[in-house]
Write a protein that binds this ligand. Structure first.
Ligand code: OVM
Length: 398
């Protein structure tokens, strides 16, 4: 019997502006075509069903990260920046840096921030609600993380405007060298120099996440050479991701008034609402892995060294896994979504993100009876991130 499956192909560029604007059609087509689809434009293999994305993310032994989690294959190409010790590494090298950052960002370590962040959220929301109409992206989704996260890391005030452009460029750079990457390149030298300077011990205040990473180096948990790169991970992955995650939950509520009513009746749903929004919008849409040895999936053999594109956003809306996957629904259990990844690389900052979201959404739930769009929301296009540039809203205060 011939057990070799015919490999479906698709010539769509998943990083084209039209797909980034609305990937649903491509996702549905890939999921229907089979467990694995060859994307001829970039010669990569696509996984789009929840079952296979989930399984591959947990299988670091065969789906490696050390060759990069973007399109660029570090076996053959020089990385554009020194590789991340976490994201672009596998066990065993990955484990010590991961353990350090897990501790620094653990729920226990965040306990002392909770009260302050809730107070900051209330203060910001009071300021913003002085107007009935505003743009929720700059006013809330960007303003809140920029208000609390750089302080928590221990960054000086000067230069914080570099954080969003740096993150945006890194996430673009996981895709092909297209117009989005080209747009970020001119300013990159200065932005990167600022980021790298913030990773030095002398720049960071003595109380923040950054200082705790350096203390871990003093204890010998990581080396002193590793410490600045681990701080860089905070600055890279800690701001744009939460901005787009918060924008996702704000957009979800602005377009689902019944869900807003549910939240207002029970504000303890705020945390779950954020996870459901992360499932529903998948602020991080895609990551690559690289086949370490030949890997077989659903009868298809992927050759050693080939790039495999994981469609997290598609897995999170796979009707094989979720009932009514396109509905934003606080009454479902979103656990098992892959919006934060899965396995050894699963988002180490997820407790930080959840705390930011819980603080902001709770502050809004207390003060806002109705939240609605007043105009067309505008997407922010990025090769990896799904987010909003603008969410014009009107609020009715309680
Ligand atoms: C890092 C890093 C960068 C981008 C994303 C990420 C989602 C991590 O530099 O470690 O995780």
């Amino acid at each position: 019997m011939d057990t070799t499956a015919v490999l479906p192909t698709d010539d769509t560029d998943p990083f084209s502006p039209s797909v980034l604007e609305d990937p649903a059609e491509l996702h549905a087509r890939l999921r229907e075509a089979g467990p694995v689809v060859h994307l001829t434009r970039h010669d990569v293999y696509a996984l789009s069903r929840h079952e296979h994305v989930h399984a591959a993310l947990r299988d670091w032994q065969r789906f490696q990260s050390a060759a990069g989690v973007g399109l660029s294959n570090f076996r053959y190409e020089e990385p554009w920046r020194p590789p991340s010790l976490l994201l672009e590494a596998d066990p065993p090298h990955h484990d010590a840096p991961r353990a350090v950052l897990s501790g620094v960002l653990s729920p226990r370590a965040l306990r002392s921030l909770r009260g302050r962040w809730f107070a900051e959220a209330e203060e910001l929301v009071d300021q913003v609600l002085a107007d009935d109409e505003f743009d929720a992206v700059p006013s809330l989704a960007q303003a809140f993380p920029l208000r609390v996260f750089p302080d928590a890391v221990g960054l000086p005030r000067q230069g914080r405007e570099n954080l969003l452009p740096y993150g945006d460029h890194v996430f673009n750079a996981f895709g092909p060298d297209n117009a989005l990457v080209a747009r970020g390149r001119p300013g990159l030298g200065e932005v990167s120099a600022w980021i790298n300077a913030q990773c030095r011990r002398e720049t960071l205040d003595s109380a923040g996440f950054g200082a705790r990473i350096w203390s871990a180096a003093d204890r010998g948990d990581i080396t002193h050479e590793q410490a600045p790169l681990l701080v860089r991970s905070l600055l890279t992955a800690g701001v744009d991701t939460t901005v787009h995650g918060l924008a996702a939950v704000l957009y979800a509520f602005a377009t689902h008034p019944r869900q807003w009513d549910l939240l207002r009746r029970d504000p303890s749903l705020a945390r779950m609402a954020f996870d459901e929004a992360v499932r529903w919008e998948s602020p991080v849409q895609t990551f690559f892995r690289t086949a370490l040895t030949e890997v077989e999936i659903g009868g298809t053999v992927i050759p050693d060294g080939k790039k495999i594109l994981m469609f997290l956003g598609s897995a999170n809306r796979d009707p094989r896994r979720w009932s009514a996957p396109d509905a934003f629904d606080l009454e479902r259990d979103p656990s098992g979504h892959v919006g934060f990844g899965m396995g050894v690389h699963q988002c180490v900052g997820q407790h930080v993100a959840r705390l930011e979201a819980e603080a902001l959404v709770t502050a809004l739930a207390r003060r806002v009876e109705r939240l609605e769009l007043t105009g067309r929301p505008r997407r922010h296009l990025n090769n990896t991130l799904r987010g909003w540039e603008s969410l014009p809203v009107r609020v009715t205060r309680t």
